[in-house]
Structures are given as structure tokens and as C-alpha cells.
Design a protein around this ligand. Structure first.
Ligand code: NAD
Ligand code: LMR
Length: 332
């Protein structure tokens, strides 16, 4: 029996993500949690003739505990999105508390679940989640992932146009974090990269780093990416679910680096150190399998070119500040 819980299920990401998860053949139970509107979303989705059962919960009557109980995978798109002119860090004051409370719920009611954190600012919300799980003695770096898949999805889409390649066949590694200059797409190992001019590469990197802003501006006050994010969140959730079923794969995600029992963690820390910092978390391709994150695929950092090295130096500096802010929110 595989149970997936989505926290923030009635939101702009939550609704299409819940629809996609309702269609997933490996899901037996889908559980939806939100502070508003979730009974309607749940009633609507429950009419879909796939084989998973569906329940929805508001906070009343221990709703969070019931939603999370026995979950194998918890996906978290809860919290406020950006409006034009805001940075992701501007969301910290509201979203930090939301994520902390959901983390307490997971630590208490689903301590063995895999957790995918979508809520922004990811560079800080994932450290918050980690600290809460650690406080409760249930943190396992194999099971906590910050979702940076949208950066990979955007990289595949944007570079495909330039290279005349099929986006669906590409798998660009994106390292660093998930905001502005902390997002570092590694295009240099793609076949055809040498055909791109310096100006084309710079424009491409900038478009990936600020792809979120492109959507925020186009939506003009009505929120940020929801549909492409639901797709990206589903893409990673699908890999986790298949991993639980024994199928191995690789995906970039924002993961904890300071546990040497995780294959590749030590090497990644050493390579990140070369770019100027000591970081607890980093987005990087990871090997996924039955235990969740089974390895950190640090090899991508050994192959970066000079331009990417410069981008990484900037990213590492900013990431340290974002991570420390999340950690301090719990540790004080
Ligand atoms: P939204 O406002 O449409 O939906 C958020 C939902 O969260 C709402 O339904 C709200 O009721 C719910 N919520 C608020 N507090 C809650 C709580 N304590 N428990 C459960 N649910 C709660 O926003 P959205 O567009 O879906 O975006 C959600 C978050 O995802 C934002 O922080 C946004 O910045 C982030 N985001 C991240 C990425 C990424 O790549 N990681 C991409 C897009 C958006
Ligand atoms: C994105 O990259 O689209 C998200 O992080 C949402 C945002 O605020 O840009």
C-alpha cells in the first residue's frame, strides 16, 4: 500500500499536482491537506476512475495527523507565492512558519516518509525542515529533498530550442540552489554546446536563473509558476515512487551534504569548497532508489568549464546565507 500526502493541495500547484498523482499507477492512497478549500478539490478528484482511494483533510479534528498518518511520500507546495517585485526570500517570513509546522506534523505522524519540499524559499525551507526532523530524532538525509526539478525542466526546454534537440530527450544537470544566481545550469557537457556563442550561453543561463520571474511577471500579480511546477513536482515524485518499487534513476534535487554515510557527500563538500564555501545543502544530481537518495553524483562538478566555475562561486556565497537563515529560524 503506497500512500502519498500533498500539503497545500488546494493551491495553484496543489490542485494540478494532486490530479497528476491521482493518475499514478503506483499510488494506492492519496491524501490531501490544506487550510482551505480542500474538501471541494478532494470531492472533484475522487470521481476519477483510477484505482487509488482519496481522502481530504482540513486542520480541524486532527486533520494534519490523519492526512499524514502512514504516508510513504509527503509533497509540500504549501505557502504563499511571489508577486512582481518580490524575491523568493521575501516569502520567508510567512512560509518559514508554515513549513516548520508541517515539518512537526511529518516528524510526529509520518517520520519514515520521503518528503519533497516545494515551498519557497527552497534554499531556506529545506534547512528548516531538516532542523525540525533532527530535533525530533527522525532526520534521514536520504528522505528529504528540496524540489529544484523546475530548473532542470526549464533548462531542457530553453536549450532544446537553441540546439534543435528534443527537450524530452535532454536531462540538464542544475546545481546550487533554487533562486536567481544560486541556480547554476550545467550546459557545457551537452553535445552541441560548442556551437553556442558566449552571448547565447549567457542569455540561456540568465533565462533559467530568472525563469520564475518570467512567469511571475506574465501572471501579473496572480501568483507564480503552478502548472509547470506541478509537472516538475510530479516528475520527481514519479522517480521516488518508482525508486520505492526498486527502479533506480537520477535527478537533481537540493539535498543535505553533511552525512558521510551518503555516498558522494564528502566528495561533493570538497568540490563545493573549491568554489568558496562550506555548505550543508546543495542542489545536485542524486541517485534515487528504494532508500531514496542513495548517492550524490558529484562527477558533474568535476567537469564544469571556466564560465560555470564563476557562476558556482557566486551561487555558493549566496547559498550559505540562505541556508544559515533557515537553520537559525529553528535553532535560534
Ligand atoms: P497558492 O497560494 O496558490 O497555494 C498555496 C496553498 O497552500 C493554498 O491553498 C493555501 O491555502 C495552502 N496553505 C497555506 N498555509 C498552509 C498550511 N499551513 N498547511 C497547508 N496548506 C497551507 O501558491 P502556489 O502557487 O501553489 O505556490 C505554493 C508555494 O510553492 C509558494 O511558496 C511558491 O513560491 C512555491 N513554488 C516553488 C517552486 C519550486 O520550484 N520549488 C515553483 C513554484 C512555486
Ligand atoms: C519558480 O521558479 O517558478 C518558483 O520558484 C516560483 C517563483 O517564485 O519564481
Amino acid at each position: 500500500m503506497t500512500k502519498v500526502t500533498i500539503c497545500g493541495a488546494a493551491g495553484g500547484i496543489g490542485q494540478p499536482l494532486s490530479l497528476l498523482v491521482k493518475l499514478h499507477p503506483l499510488v494506492d492512497q492519496l491524501s490531501l491537506f490544506d487550510v482551505v478549500n480542500v474538501p471541494g478539490v478532494g470531492a472533484d478528484l475522487s470521481h476519477i476512475d483510477t484505482d487509488s482511494s482519496l481522502e481530504s483533510f482540513l486542520p480541524a479534528d486532527d486533520g494534519l495527523a490523519k492526512a499524514l498518518k502512514d504516508s510513504d511520500l509527503v509533497i509540500i507546495p504549501a505557502g504563499v507565492p511571489r508577486k512582481p517585485g518580490m524575491s523568493r526570500d521575501d516569502l520567508f517570513n510567512i512560509n518559514a512558519g508554515i513549513v516548520r509546522d508541517l515539518a512537526v506534523g511529518v516528524a510526529t505522524h509520518a517520520p519514515k516518509a520521503f518528503v519533497l519540499v516545494i515551498s519557497n524559499p527552497v534554499n531556506s525551507t529545506v534547512p528548516i525542515f531538516k532542523e525540525v526532523l533532527a530535533k525530533h530524532g527522525v532526520f534521514d538525509p536520504r528522505r528529504l529533498l528540496g524540489v529544484t526539478t523546475l530548473d532542470c525542466v526549464r533548462s531542457n526546454t530553453f536549450v532544446a530550442g537553441l540546439l534543435g534537440a528534443k527537450a524530452s530527450k535532454l536531462d540538464v544537470a542544475v546545481v546550487g540552489g533554487h533562486s536567481g544566481e544560486t541556480i547554476v545550469p550545467l550546459f557545457s557537457s551537452l553535445p552541441g554546446y560548442s556551437k553556442l556563442s558566449d552571448a547565447e550561453v549567457d542569455a540561456l543561463v540568465h533565462r533559467v536563473q530568472y525563469g520564475g520571474d518570467e512567469v511571475v511577471q506574465a501572471k501579473n500579480g496572480a501568483g507564480s509558476a503552478t502548472l509547470s511546477m506541478a509537472y516538475a513536482g510530479y516528475k520527481l515524485a514519479d522517480q521516488i515512487l518508482k525508486g520505492l518499487n526498486g527502479e533506480k534513476s537520477t535527478s537533481s534535487a537540493f539535498v543535505y551534504l553533511k552525512d558521510d554515510s551518503l555516498s558522494g557527500a564528502k566528495e561533493t563538500r570538497a568540490l563545493v569548497g573549491k568554489f568558496g564555501g562550506e555548505l550543508d545543502f546543495f542542489a545536485i544530481p542524486v541517485g534515487l532508489g528504494p532508500k531514496g537518495v542513495e548517492s550524490i553524483e558529484y562527477g558533474v562538478l568535476e567537469k564544469v568549464n571556466a564560465k560555470e566555475e564563476e557562476l558556482l562561486k557566486v551561487a555558493v556565497g549566496q547559498l550559505g546565507v540562505n541556508i544559515a537563515k533557515g537553520t537559525a529560524f529553528i535553532k535560534g
